[in-house]
Design a protein around this ligand. Structure first.
Ligand code: ATP
Length: 443
């Protein structure tokens, strides 16, 4: 488990404009969060890294952006209408609802097993032994399409982005003249009516997913599965700079695996509240395309010209939540240190991910010549890098502490010597060392 406390991350996220409670002025809404000015920058950079590694850098993975609401038959075929459930227990004393598997501290969702494990347990909210037997509960969020609210107009907010990928398999294959193996990737919102949203943005009711479905010849399943597991690990450690020690593999046991999956490996991140699922790689076999073929009555089989055979492609899925990745990046980067007897909080983010690459300050904000020179430099750096911040609030020590907390890799200060020799000081966030550098070299 991470030694960082979740309260510290939540407090920093709020204090510095990363994440706010949604509808805060109305008392909030459980399971919903708003990303603030710095949060949206960090989230966008994570998404951009994922998109370039997953789509732009590859020749055979294509992006789409599907609708959030689709024909409800999609969710019938995928098994979500019948089976997208979590086990739930109610407390007959205080009315609280809990995830039965979480309460029993198990990965199993088998109702009989859970009933056994929950014998003698009390409600964590009121402490009374008044829990009902576990039952299943569908997590899809419902809405109505059109003016009449009846059974025929029911639709669902997508519970995962994968659905619109499967139903666009044929469109993408045809328009891109794609041959197996090829992938379809998507970033977008997903909605689940989680029984007990908790642990900040880890378990929300509205969240964002980054998913890729790789369509393959079944003969290639072992190799492809391993390749996509390697991809996920490499992305987290190399592209996002997360420490390998903060991650671990978890293979799903039989009773934990989704009904369609032949194999499933998650990468767990050591969050402040325990080691938990961050990114899943799943072998979904031909489950999805077969079911959509049956439900839609469209032939989704593939003719392989080399072997002159026809089959339904298998799918290896790579699925990760952006919000969980965001929380993992923040947690991994969060450090409290003592420097010269003073405590500082510093986010040691990979420079490419930091909301601001540079902060520019005049040493004193009431000296016009310093301000003028600093603002020229600020404009030049902003033109080149975009994400540069101007900071002339408080003394230099305060500015450094503020920039450390938001993970700005370098602070640049224009002082009196700058006016004479066109040099500035550049301070390194991680070592706190400062050195002089010429402005031309810096730009
Ligand atoms: P869990 O067991 O934690 O509920 P899951 O196994 O249902 O997750 P998947 O259906 O595999 O999750 O979803 C793919 C990814 O989407 C997960 O690995 C996770 O990163 C993210 N995710 C799932 N549910 C949530 C949620 N409620 N809030 C934020 N992210 C989520």
């Amino acid at each position: 488990m991470s030694t960082v406390k979740l309260e510290e991350i939540v407090s920093l996220a709020k204090r510095r404009g990363f994440v706010f409670q949604a509808s805060e002025i109305y008392g909030g809404l459980a399971g919903f969060w708003d990303y603030g000015p710095l949060g949206v920058e960090l989230a966008n950079r994570i998404k951009a890294e994922w998109w370039s590694a997953m789509v732009t850098d590859k020749d055979n993975v294509f992006g789409i952006d599907g609708a959030i609401i689709q024909n409800p038959n999609l969710w019938k075929a995928s098994g979500h209408v019948a089976g997208f459930t979590d086990p739930l227990v109610d407390c007959t004393n205080c009315g609280a609802r809990h995830r039965a598997d979480h309460l029993a501290d198990t990965d199993s969702t088998d109702l009989e097993e859970l009933t056994e494990l929950l014998k003698g347990k009390s409600c964590p909210k009121c402490g009374k032994q008044s829990l009902t037997k576990p039952r299943t509960y569908n997590m899809m969020m419902k809405t109505w399409v059109g003016p009449i609210e009846d059974a025929s107009s029911v639709a669902y907010l997508r519970p995962e982005t994968a659905g619109s990928i499967f139903i666009n398999y044929e469109n993408v294959r045809e328009t891109m003249r794609a041959k197996l193996p090829f992938g379809i990737a998507q970033i977008g919102k997903a909605f689940r009516n989680e029984i007990s949203p908790r642990d900040f943005i880890f378990r929300a009711r509205e969240f964002e997913q980054m998913e890729m479905q790789y369509f393959i010849n079944p003969d290639d399943q072992e190799k492809s599965y391993q390749d996509w597991r390697d991809f996920a690990w490499k992305f987290l450690t190399a592209s996002l700079g997360i420490k390998a020690d903060s991650l671990e593999w978890h293979q799903h046991a039989e009773n934990e695996r989704a009904h369609y999956a032949a194999n499933a490996h998650d990468i767990y991140f050591k969050f402040p509240f325990g080691s938990k699922e961050l990114w899943g790689t799943h072998n979904r076999t031909d489950f999805d395309l077969s079911n959509h073929s049956k439900e839609s009555k469209k032939d989704l089989s593939y003719f392989d010209e080399q072997t002159k055979s026809r089959f339904i492609p298998y799918v290896i899925e790579s699925s990760v939540g952006l919000d969980r990745m965001f929380l993992a990046v923040l947690t991994d980067a969060y450090h409290e240190e003592e420097i010269n007897g003073e405590k500082r909080v510093v986010l040691k983010l990979k420079p490419e991910l930091a909301p601001y690459r540079f902060a520019v300050s005049p040493l004193l904000k009431n000296k016009a010549e310093l301000v003028e020179k600093a603002s020229e430099l600020f404009k030049a750096l902003k033109k080149k890098h975009g994400n540069v911040i101007w900071d002339d609030n408080g003394n230099i020590g305060k500015r450094y502490r503020r920039q450390d907390e938001i993970g700005t890799p370098n602070c640049i200060t224009v002082d009196f010597q700058s006016l004479e020799d066109d040099t500035v000081t550049i301070r390194d966030r991680d070592t706190t060392e400062q050195k002089r550098i010429s402005i031309s070299e810096l730009i």
